[in-house]
Design a protein around this ligand. Structure first.
Ligand SMILES: O=C(O)CCC(=O)C(=O)O
Ligand SMILES: [Fe+2]
Length: 298
């Protein structure tokens, strides 16, 4: 079993070999780094600075960032995750939501401009990666344009005493795919490979990380791997990350397209609405993909 995360060249994805590499990465790892992703490095750096500034705001202001769906707003350090803090919004494509977020946190016009440019670039990238993932399975014309994205900026207060403890508990992402801009100098992210071993994901400047969530597994009728991951404190330094979660279809059911279903590959999951699934995960406290088992058809 290989023990390094695959690297996919986005510019090269019309090439068959790269497409096959993408499919392998989705099936065997459920996670991959992307290079040549066309998000400007300056925009990534500016977004990181905006994240730092917003998460450095006084806690009374951060608390104004309210949930729109469960868990979408401010998360203060808690007993379960004392090292972790986050701000966020749902959904990224709505200018009203962006407006609310910005007024809740006194975001400056310049910071707003950065967030909007970053949101647009990452959304386009998520749609493109989704399409390429579909094409790697032989599905052409899949359209993820209208799938809503949740956006979150994370801060990890890693101290000398915290080394060895977790910043974020083991989980799968609930949605289809996540585009993560992880910290370019402070590592700590670990993914579980197919043999069940933890593999470190070291920082890799200028790249982004794609994680596949539970919906990718359903959509591909069990072919894609919903990668379990966690964040561990490995050094005493503040760590930032910026996550964009492309969740599930805005309307209608999550279900594998018909091309994914045949005599040898019967439909594995009953069709469901993404929001119901998300609530099921929370109510059953099933954070590592177990909730999918409740929706298995056989
Ligand atoms: O901060 C990270 O590197 C990962 C965060 C994460 O897994 C999440 O927000 O779902
Ligand atoms: Fe995650």
């Amino acid at each position: 079993m290989e023990d390094t995360i695959p690297v996919i060249d986005v510019e090269n994805l019309s090439d068959q070999t790269e497409g096959k590499k993408l499919r392998d990465a989705c099936e065997k790892w459920g996670c991959f780094r992307i290079i040549n992703h066309s998000t400007p490095l300056t925009l990534m750096a500016e977004m990181k600075r905006v994240s730092e500034a917003l998460l450095d705001l006084p806690v009374e202001i951060k608390k104004n960032n309210k949930d729109v769906i469960a868990g979408s707003g401010y998360k203060a350090p808690s007993d379960v995750n004392p090292l972790y803090e986050a701000l966020g919004l749902y959904d990224l494509g709505s200018s009203q939501v962006m407006q609310d977020f910005c007024s809740q946190l006194n975001v400056t016009p310049y910071q707003r401009q950065v967030m909007e440019a970053y949101g647009k670039a990452i959304h386009e990238l998520a749609v493109k990666i989704g399409e390429k993932m579909a094409e790697s399975l032989g599905i052409f014309g899949a359209d993820f344009e209208d799938w809503p994205c949740q956006f979150r900026i994370n801060k990890y207060h890693f101290t000398p005493k915290a080394i060895g403890s977790l910043g974020v508990q083991l989980h799968t992402d609930s949605g289809f795919l996540t585009i993560l801009q992880d910290d370019e100098s402070v590592g700590g992210l670990e993914v579980v490979n197919q043999s069940g071993s933890f593999v470190s994901v070291p920082p890799f400047h200028g790249t982004l990380l794609v994680n596949l969530g539970d919906i990718a597994k359903v959509w591909s009728n069990g072919r894609f791997f919903n990668v379990k991951h966690r964040v561990q404190c490995k050094k005493a330094a503040i760590r930032f990350s910026i996550a964009t979660f492309m969740l599930g279809p805005r309307k209608g059911n999550v279900e594998a397209p018909i091309e994914m279903v045949d005599h040898d590959h019967p439909r594995l999951y009953q069709p469901f609405v993404y929001e119901d699934f998300r609530k099921l995960r929370v109510s059953k406290k099933m954070h590592t993909g177990e909730a999918l088992e409740l929706l298995r058809l056989w």
